[in-house]
Design a protein around this ligand. Structure first.
Ligand code: JCQ
Length: 229
């Protein structure tokens, strides 16, 4: 999978060089390219923002550097990529979104800053690919970078081969619409706290039933919204 990222803080994405995703990049499973939006400016100050038309607080990202960056990245590819802009005003990102995007061959992420990006950039991007405005949750970040890091991690680990043992992907929170069951390891008693005896019983049926009950109980307690349908 090819992933392009456009940002005014490209070094934030240095963190993608470590751990599982770093390994996937060295083995060629993920081809991640990070671009500095300021490289697509032409003035001495490498300006990427300007005051909003109609007035108001803050600054808006100018369209021209975005147009040049998208042309450079998407211009010579054969298939239309999915172009993602993280935004508090976007559709909600879930495990289902991550699954869907993990099937794409080319993703482009645009990281907005300030009060946002000139709206015409989204319209222009739709000529080059499938545009998705996506929100990680109902809160506001200073820019899209941290949201894109989270999305790349959630998507990248679903790309076949990135996670060594694919079994570990199916047994986790949100893949079956429920929260994960609690996990325990040795010692069986730690600081006076016992691990649940059923887990040491060797009765696989009883273990499976107990884990399912824990999933349901936790989901009812912490995330009743997930049980609504
Ligand atoms: C993403 N939940 C919150 C901040 C403007 C597109 O323009 C902007 C993008 C951001 C960053 O995204 C978020 C966010 N999911 O704040 C301001």
């Amino acid at each position: 999978m090819r992933i392009d990222v456009v940002s005014i803080f490209p070094t934030i994405f240095d963190a993608l060089e470590v751990s599982l995703l770093g390994k996937a990049r060295t083995t060629g499973l993920l081809d991640v390219r990070v671009h500095d939006l300021r490289d697509y400016t032409h003035d001495r100050h490498r300006t990427v923002d300007d005051t909003p038309y109609g007035g108001g607080a803050g600054m808006v990202m100018k369209p021209e550097p975005w147009g040049e960056a998208l042309d450079d990245i998407v211009g010579d590819v054969e298939r239309r990529p999915v172009i993602v802009f993280p935004s508090p005003a976007g559709e909600r990102f879930t495990q289902a979104t991550a699954r869907e995007l993990s099937a794409a061959s080319h993703l482009v992420f645009g990281c907005g800053r300030y009060e946002g990006i000139d709206e015409r950039v989204f319209d222009y991007a739709a000529e080059l690919g499938e545009v998705r405005l996506i929100s990680l949750g109902d809160y506001v970040l200073n820019g899209g970078e941290v949201a894109v890091m989270a999305m790349i991690e959630a998507i990248g680990r679903l790309v076949p081969g990135v996670v060594g043992n694919p079994e570990s992907l199916v047994e986790e929170s949100h893949e079956d619409g429920l929260l994960e069951y609690p996990s325990y390891t040795k010692p069986s008693v730690w600081r006076g706290r016992e691990a649940p005896p059923v887990l040491l019983s060797g009765n696989h049926g009883a273990v499976a039933a107990w884990r399912r009950e824990q999933q349901l109980e936790r989901t009812r307690e912490r995330r009743p919204d997930l049980l609504a349908d």
